[in-house]
Design a protein around this ligand. Sequence first.
Ligand code: HEC
Ligand code: HEC
Ligand code: HEC
Ligand code: HEC
Ligand code: HEC
Ligand code: HEC
Length: 491
Amino acid sequence: MSDQPGPRPGMHRNWLSLAGMVLAGSSFFAFLLLMAFDLFSKRGHPYLGLLTYVVSPAFLLLGVVLIALGQWLQRRHERHTHPGAAHMVLTIDLARPRDRKLLAGFVACTVAFLFVTALGSYETYHHTESVQFCGQACHVPMEPQFVTYQHSSHARVACVECHVGSGAGAYVKTKINGVRQLACMVLGNFDRPIHAPHNRMRTAQETCEQCHWPQKFTGNVERTYQRFLADETNTAYTVRLLLNVGGGDPAHGPVGGIHWHMNLANKVEFVTADERGTTIPWVRLTSANGEITEFRSPDFKGAATNASLRTMSCLDCHNRPAHRFRSPNDAVDLALATGRLDASMNWAKSNVVAALIQPYQTEGEAVQKIAATLRGAYPNHPKADALVAEAQNIYRANFFPGMKADWRAYPEHLSHKDWAGCFRCHDGQHKTADGKRTLKASDCNSCHVILAQGSGADLQKLNAKGHDFFHVDAPYSDFDCHKCHTGAFPK
Ligand code: HEC
Ligand code: HEC
Ligand code: HEC
Ligand code: HEC
Ligand code: HEC
Ligand code: HEC
């Protein structure tokens, strides 16, 4: 019976083409819709570009591949079951005007689509390099770094200038890393606080030295430290230092001072006892004339292996150029010095610092409890509201309880008061094995001179040779600063 329907054509295989058609159709629709969003939204959302120009075209392509695959399988099946039967074959006859028009239309649409996709992906590439993308796409884990970055001296330098190398290789590497980080973020599986592993950070040569010229001779720099005691009257306690920053290149100035360690004429290598680099028990100096000197702290018995060696660079002093979490002492001193906190309110420094450092679980809780504590300390005081508001601002800018990120998590090596910093090496204890030579620059006047100290008229009495350090009335023995000064009152 020839008019009886033959066996059903390989519909199950056709499902594949059908699914492909649905997929291609819907991703094309999604593409159009997303593109419209992207064009009309004022500020691109971090992931919109990625979805529009990368993800949806990828699905569209997958759809087309499925359609073709389905067709091919079906044809193969039919050839197998009905050998010799005539099959629909796609033929394009350029002699036919209709075919010509269709083909031209098809080619034009494809070219236009590819063009828009390419342009969009390029834009997306740029966007994933932007500060918004880095700081906000991962807003939970990176918020502390994003906030501190915005009030750093590098707030106009894009994250990628310091964190991503240039060139396609570096781009792919960071994006792969980014996908991993994204997965960790979705799973909530990241360290709190996060740290940049030192061996994976880009070197100072690749980052800092692209903008800062290591040969530069800086000479002397004057800095004023406006401090306040934690006493009833918030006694002002100012120190004016003349820092001998100097330089490291003989062509541009005498080699010496703090920037002597630029590795231009000399090379300094060291090992650290911990990942954060807060203890340095062994140092090796290679001078311009090739002479090698090793210094070690008295308790270091081991030997340095080449694998653990680090060569000193900008980052071993300026390790927080973009993400400084101010210590409560620092932040409150700054607010008092600039009048944002009123120094005439009794115990202001002491009370605000104490309110800031309590163990809070969330920012909400902190802000509320800081207000309650400080209002309790200044009942009916006309300026209590202003004090509370400023204390809360300080908290929001420098404390991130969700990420356990604050000054305690991120030591800064540039100074020696709250962290060992320079005294990791210059503590007068690092000596050669025979004990005959101590590492230089281990007295108070080798890095800076105290031009003036105190308050009022005393601050005008400059002494170019340097005053002796006058330390409140508490005793201190030279290199112990950070054992008492922890960033939140001396212990
Ligand atoms: C001027 C260079 C510079 C810029 C710009 C910069 N960073 Fe960093 N960043 C660093 C350095 C240096 C470290 C390592 C600090 C250390 O080891 O103590 C770091 C560390 C980090 C860390 C690890 C946690 C930490 O605080 O140590 C994160 C996360 C981070 N940066 C994110 C960002 C983001 C997001 C941006 C842009 C909003 C950005 N960075 C911009 C230099 C920079
Ligand atoms: C894209 C260029 C760029 C890069 C990369 C860069 N800086 Fe800077 N840096 C600047 C500019 C511009 C300033 C001056 C900012 C100002 O004074 O307004 C500056 C200022 C500074 C200052 C003086 C201000 C201060 O905070 O005391 C230091 C120190 C510094 N940079 C260190 C670094 C270190 C360390 C790195 C590498 C981690 C680095 N910079 C990477 C452009 C850059
Ligand atoms: C031994 C530690 C150390 C090293 C290494 C170091 N610096 Fe500095 N640098 C300092 C200190 C200390 C100051 C002065 C204090 C300050 O600026 O608050 C300073 C000041 C600066 C300044 C500001 C100068 C000014 O005119 O105000 C810049 C910019 C700077 N350093 C960049 C660099 C760069 C770039 C490198 C690496 C090539 C580097 N430093 C290496 C310790 C160091
Ligand atoms: C990794 C160890 C290390 C750290 C950290 C370090 N230095 Fe040095 N510094 C050295 C070595 C080594 C010398 C050479 C000492 C010698 O020749 O006896 C030196 C020399 C100096 C000199 C004398 C340069 C000259 O004119 O001869 C000064 C000043 C100095 N350092 C300042 C600083 C300051 C400021 C800091 C902190 C911001 C610091 N150093 C951090 C290792 C270090
Ligand atoms: C190895 C170099 C070096 C030596 C030695 C050194 N200092 Fe400093 N000192 C620094 C640097 C660098 C800073 C801070 C620079 C900055 O914050 O930008 C500093 C900052 C200070 C400050 C201001 C601290 C603040 O934040 O209020 C005082 C005070 C001070 N030093 C006293 C001393 C005394 C006292 C000695 C001797 C026991 C001494 N220093 C030895 C490098 C040194
Ligand atoms: C034995 C503990 C101890 C040591 C060590 C010590 N200090 Fe202090 N320091 C104090 C005390 C206590 C105060 C008074 C704090 C107050 O009233 O706020 C103080 C106050 C200060 C102040 C003014 C207020 C402030 O908080 O900034 C400066 C600056 C200072 N010390 C610098 C140093 C330096 C630099 C060193 C190391 C050379 C050092 N101190 C070593 C205990 C110490």
